[in-house]
Design a protein around this ligand. Structure first.
Ligand code: HMG
Ligand code: MG
Length: 308
């Protein structure tokens, strides 16, 4: 990655769709992913090998994974909560997985039915098996800026879990503001605290937009040196185990911000807006992206499309 490049991890097909009330057929999920790739996304989280009783929207992730044509430079990843999830991911051709821990025990219990300590024990064999299979593992730390059940979360707890996942072999730690209550000052402190224990290049930001702070928090993390961000086309979704939380920062808004800052993402904004419109129609929702609304309104006024 060049010095002025930022990598986006598109989590709409997973984090986005897992929380939409309408469960989509796998063909629609695959079509969404293919459109995102055509728009220039190169790292996409396409599903989750979790219990379909816990998250029915992610059932069929095996079929989604199997139907995606491998493309040079494109990574399709999936969430796995345990060894069984990893086995299913591997059996369906997945070449990158993500384990998901939390910095709050209350959230960990509700999300994956075990404590933080138990989850880390569960991830050890996942990481060693993934290493043997030669596939990369990303690590999530949820509740990095607060917990939907326990409220404030100590920075020291976030740093401890992040460091542990990094030590276990996760190549990148995505710090999740699961509940979307963070603010830029807290984000800066979070990044600085984690970067004191691991390289800032191993950190990613994952911001939900519940209080409208996601893009501001992303910018604070960018200023603190982070160059990898998770985002969701059209600002889809949320987390089924984080009541009231809204979707991720919208990919369209991030692409606009970074482009205007002179940072390269390789993503075509107009094609991305069209992809957001495609999935919104399938879900019967309106976009949460301010940039998408502005682009669509401008097209209506002038017919103009931004050259990609
Ligand atoms: P459990 O009940 O403790 O475990 O659930 P279990 O071993 O007793 O299994 C329960 C059932 O799940 C059994 O089936 C198992 O066979 C099945 P049943 O007897 O009920 O028919 N099972 C599985 N099925 C498919 N794939 C598997 C698997 N493992 C067991 N891998 C478990 C524990 C982890 C399975 C469950 O709690 C679970 O699936 N949780 C998933 C929760 C989830 O996906 N949450 C959303 C993602 S996290 C997130 O969104 C945050 C993030 O975006 C970052 C941020 O914003 O902060 C990443
Ligand atoms: Mg999330």
């Amino acid at each position: 990655m060049t010095a002025n490049a930022v990598r986006l991890v598109e989590v709409g097909p997973r984090d986005g769709l897992q929380n939409e009330p309408r469960v989509l057929p796998t063909e629609t999920r695959i079509s969404l992913i293919e459109r995102l790739v055509a728009a220039g996304l190169r790292h996409l989280e396409v599903g989750a090998f979790v219990s379909p009783r816990w998250v029915p929207q992610m059932a069929g992730s095996d079929e989604v994974m199997r139907c995606l044509a491998p493309l040079p430079g494109v990574t399709y990843s999936a969430l796995v909560p345990n060894e069984r999830g990893l086995d299913a991911a591997l059996a369906n051709g997945c070449r990158e997985v993500a384990v998901f821990a939390a910095a709050s025990d209350a959230f960990s219990q509700r999300n994956i039915n075990c404590s933080i300590a138990e989850s880390l024990e569960r991830f050890e064999p996942v990481l060693s098996k993934a290493r043997e299979a030669g596939i990369a593992v990303r690590g999530y730390v949820s509740c990095a800026l607060g917990c939907p059940f326990a409220g404030d979360v100590a920075l020291a707890d976030v740093v401890r879990v992040s460091t542990e996942l990094y030590r276990m072999g996760c190549y990148e730690i995505s710090l999740g503001d699961t509940v979307g209550r963070g603010t830029p000052g807290k984000t800066k402190a979070l990044i600085e605290a984690c970067a004191s224990e691991m390289p800032v290049t191993a950190l990613a930001g994952h911001f939900h937009d519940t209080y409208g702070m996601a893009i501001a928090n992303l910018y604070a993390a960018l200023e603190a040196g982070v160059r990898v961000f998770d985002s969701s086309v059209s600002g889809l979704g949320g987390c089924p185990y984080s009541p009231g939380a809204t979707g991720n920062v919208a990919t369209e808004d991030v692409v606009y911000l970074l482009g205007e800052q002179g940072l390269q993402t390789g993503i075509k904004l107009e094609a991305l807006v069209d992809t957001g419109h495609f999935i919104d129609q399938k879900l019967g929702r309106v976009t949460a992206s301010r940039t998408a609304r502005a682009v669509i309104a401008r097209r209506g006024r002038t017919g103009e499309r931004i050259p990609n």
